[in-house]
Each structure stands twice: as C-alpha cells, then as structure tokens.
Design a protein around this ligand. Structure first.
Ligand code: UTP
Length: 468
C-alpha cells in the first residue's frame, strides 16, 4: 500500500507540470500490476517533447517556400543506363555483396490500419498461388541473394509493440523460413502517445493503459541504436544496408545495380526512384534544396511547383520516392549521435479512448494528434546522395488498402506480381498460355536470367502453378 502511494505521488509530480494528471484518474480502481504497467508507460513518455509538439513549438519547414528553390536530384536516369555504365555498377555491387558487406533492413512495425487485416501486414498471404506471406517472400529473397553470392546476408527486421509478438511467433512456427538464426536480428521500435486535438491531453486506451502507437518508420534510427543492431552490423562487417518496407513484394532486394551506383558515387544514401507519371502523383518527391537531398511529400508540394517543367518540357521534380534505399551504416551511426536529427510529423487521426467518466469513445471524426518520424528525413544529412531510376513495374506494388479501394489493394499487388513473373518467363524464352498464372518463388529465380537457367528452352506453361 505504501509502495502504491509513493508511486502515485511520484507520477503525479511528473505529470503536473504538463497538466496530464488525468492519466491517474482511475488509479484507485487498478490492481497493483495494472498500476505498475501504467507507471512504466508514464515514465517512458517524454512529456516535454509531446507538449512542445502539441503547441507547435517544434520548428516546421516552410515547404511552400523551400519547394520553390528545389532542384531535381543527382540521378542515374534510365536513359543513361548504357550496358557499360550498368555493368560497371553491377560489378561494384557484386563485389560488395560477395565480400559480405551488405545487410538487409526491413521495417515491419506499422499498424496497417488501411488494410484492415487483423494480424501484422507482414503476415498477409499475398502470394497469388502459394498464399506466401509478405514476410516469407522477403526472407526467401534474402536467402536467394545469400546463395547467389555465397555469403550469409543478415536481415534486420524492425517490428513495433503492435506487431512484435505475432511476427516473432510466426517466424518461430515457420523456422524463420529457412533463414539461419544468426542471420536474423529482430528489433522493436519505440512508441509515441496520441493527444487530444483540442487540449493536448494524452489519451488513455484503457483505464490502465496509454494510447501508444509506433513512432513511424523514422523510428528505425533510434531503434537500431537502442537494440544494438548497429553494433551487430559492425561486428559482422556490414557496411551498407539495403532498406525496404515490408508491404512491397516487388522490391529488388540487394540489386547490385543500385548498390553499385551507391558505391561508385561514394554516396551515404542512394535511393531507388521511378519517374512520376503525372505532376500530382501521390508519391514523395526527391529534390535538392540548398545542396541537400529531401523528400517533399506530395501533400506539401504546391500544385504550381509540381507542374513546373524543365527546358525539355519534362516535369522538373520528376523523381518519386518508393521507400527503397541503400544506407551507408555510418550514416545511421552519425544520426544516432544527434537525438533530434529526425523531426516529428503531426497527423490528425481518429483515436478511440477512455473518457473522463470511464466510458469508451469511438470518434467518427479526427479527435487526436499522432506523432511520427519518417525515414526519408535522414536524407538531408547524407553526403553525396543519389537516386537511380527504375521501371515501376519491376520494383513497386505496395499493399496498402483493402479490396475495393482504387489502388494498392491485394488484387492489384497480385496482378503486378504475376505480370512480373510472366515477363521473366517470356524473356527467358518460355511459352506461357494467356489464361494461366505462374508464381515464382525467389528461391526458384529472382529475375529472367535465373528463370532461363532453371527451365528448358522454349518450355511451355499451360497450367497455373507455383515454381518453388
Ligand atoms: P505506412 O506508413 O504505409 O503505414 O508504412 P502502414 O502501417 O503500413 O499502414 P497504415 O498507414 O496504418 O494503413 C510504410 C512502411 O513503414 C513501416 C510499415 O510497416 C510499412 O512497412 N512502418 C510504418 C513502421 O515500421 N513503423 C511505423 O511506425 C510506421
């Protein structure tokens, strides 16, 4: 009992300067273990930061003004990717891969709220025939790369409290899909509370629990440090990290072309890009501002700037961001030294909460502010940044929305996957009946050349099947 009183007083003193004492409103109704749980959550919150974010004291960039000064990024355009230029880059990438200097970093901590799937998005069965999950597909790519280059490729997989337990359980039930235990490093990102839009008061998800959500994919930087993943990378001799997000099964993981251009340019951060199809495409925009690379979100880019043309009549800001990057490990290490390197973005969201009278409220309009960091905010800190242009159909089909939405649905993603496999098969000389579907496991082939090596010349495919 004495312990309980002390805890409550201490907590109240911590909350009082920020007018957040309501978080202890149901304290007396809670069991000792619930009290301990709530106390631990309260102690972990940086109230000063939350207060400052709510009051708008954190400096926000003036994108309207900045984007008017934006220039296109340094780029390797598709038109410049001659056989000579590409083979020089590929050789360099292959050298680094064979030397075991490249690791893979996947973010899988998001809540996947738009998809409306009960489990973490990484467990979504996206394989059009196999029903393989996103996680399985990515892990098989990592294993295929390791086999191709004859070295183990460590996978750093970021989860969040929202996805961690299910992900770890699924990995263990499936023996990590064949990945060696020492080549998988799972680490959990941090969280941020949500606050009431009007008052800035933190919201309770339950009487004994704060509403907390993952702190954005930009939370990767802090989580890499806190989990000692960076030290693990260093001990394994990993110099470059191929970064992707779990929801895009088309990512050409560890493509030596991208890694090679990154190394040849001596870049700290090289990004895969695709040319925007129209000015208002809903992608982030790569742009150089005052000598630093930025991603300007489509919602921050004024329409007139988005429509600006270059001397050839093409879109000036043409390069879309697909969240596929190669990071030099040292950039993460530098970022760790500066805790405020990545700013928080503020979003208005609908967040269910426990009201003062103890009732559960499910709002129909945005009632809360959530705070997230974005990984692309690391770009301005990178020396010699670069983007390398790819064809969209070879690298981008993100699973974002539930069936019925206009884009990025399970049906769309499966269609893009099947179209890629069909291209690989026909390029490899196979004859594929138009009415059938063929799915290809990364362990069977990762591109048309590997397909060609695994099938008979002119092989006919007349039945839908999964090549594994
Ligand atoms: P999104 O921003 O698209 O979020 O994440 P989401 O969770 O997938 O989906 P919505 O917005 O809730 O519908 C892009 C990628 O970043 C990861 C996601 O797992 C996904 O791979 N991510 C996002 C994190 O790892 N942590 C986060 O806090 C947010």
């Amino acid at each position: 009992m004495a312990q309980q009183t002390i805890d409550k007083q201490e907590l109240a003193a911590r909350l009082q300067p920020f007018a957040q004492q309501h978080l202890l409103q149901f304290w007396e109704e809670l069991s000792p273990s619930q009290q301990q749980g709530l106390a631990a959550q309260v102690q972990a919150v940086d109230f000063q930061l939350v207060d400052s974010l709510f009051h708008g004291n954190e400096e926000q960039p003036d994108w309207d003004e900045l984007s008017r000064r934006a220039e296109p990024p340094p780029a390797v355009r598709l038109s410049e990717q001659t056989p000579d230029c590409s083979s020089a880059a590929i050789n360099e990438g292959v050298k680094a891969l064979r030397a075991g200097q490249v690791g893979v970093l996947i973010t899988a901590g998001g809540q996947g709220s738009r998809l409306g799937f009960d489990l973490p998005k990484s467990l979504y069965p996206i394989g059009p025939i196999s029903g393989a999950t996103l996680l399985q597909i990515h892990i098989e790519k990592v294993r295929a790369i390791a086999k191709r280059y004859g070295v183990p490729v460590p996978l750093y997989l970021m989860t969040s409290p929202a996805t961690h337990d299910d992900t770890v359980r699924f990995l263990s039930e499936n023996q990590r899909f064949g990945l060696n235990e020492e080549d998988l490093f799972v680490f959990c990102q941090g969280t941020m509370p949500a606050v009431d839009i009007q008052t800035g008061k933190l919201l309770l998800a339950e009487k004994d629990r704060l509403f907390l959500s993952p702190d954005g994919h930009g939370g990767t930087v802090a989580a890499l440090g806190n989990s000692r993943a960076l030290e693990h990378m260093q001990s394994r001799g990993i110099e470059q990290l191929f970064y992707l997000q779990i929801d895009n099964p088309l990512v050409p993981i560890c493509d030596p072309l991208l890694i090679g251009h990154h190394l040849l340019a001596g870049s700290e951060l090289t990004s895969l890009t695709v040319q925007k199809k129209h000015a208002l495409e809903k992608w982030g925009n790569f742009a150089m501002i005052d000598g630093h690379m930025h991603v300007i979100e489509y919602s921050d880019l004024p329409d007139d700037v988005a429509h600006e043309k270059d001397a050839q009549g093409n879109l000036k800001l043409w390069a879309g961001s697909l969240a596929i990057h190669v990071f030099e490990r040292k950039l993460f290490e530098r970022a760790m030294e500066k805790t405020d390197l990545l700013p928080f973005h503020v979003a208005r969201k609908k967040v269910p909460y426990i009201a003062e009278d103890g009732s559960q409220v499910t709002p129909s309009e945005p009632n809360a502010l959530k705070f997230e960091r974005f990984i692309f905010d690391l770009l301005p800190a990178a020396e010699r940044p670069l983007v390398v242009e790819y064809h969209e159909e070879e690298c981008f089909a993100p699973l974002k929305n539930a069936s019925g939405a206009e884009i990025d649905t399970p049906e769309y993603v499966r269609q893009m996957m099947l179209a890629q496999y069909r291209r690989w098969l026909t390029t490899a000389g196979a004859v594929v009946s138009p009415e059938i579907n063929v799915e290809i496991s990364p362990l069977f082939a990762m591109d048309a050349a590997e397909v060609a090596a695994s099938i008979k010349p002119g092989q006919k495919f007349e039945k839908s099947q999964y090549l594994a």
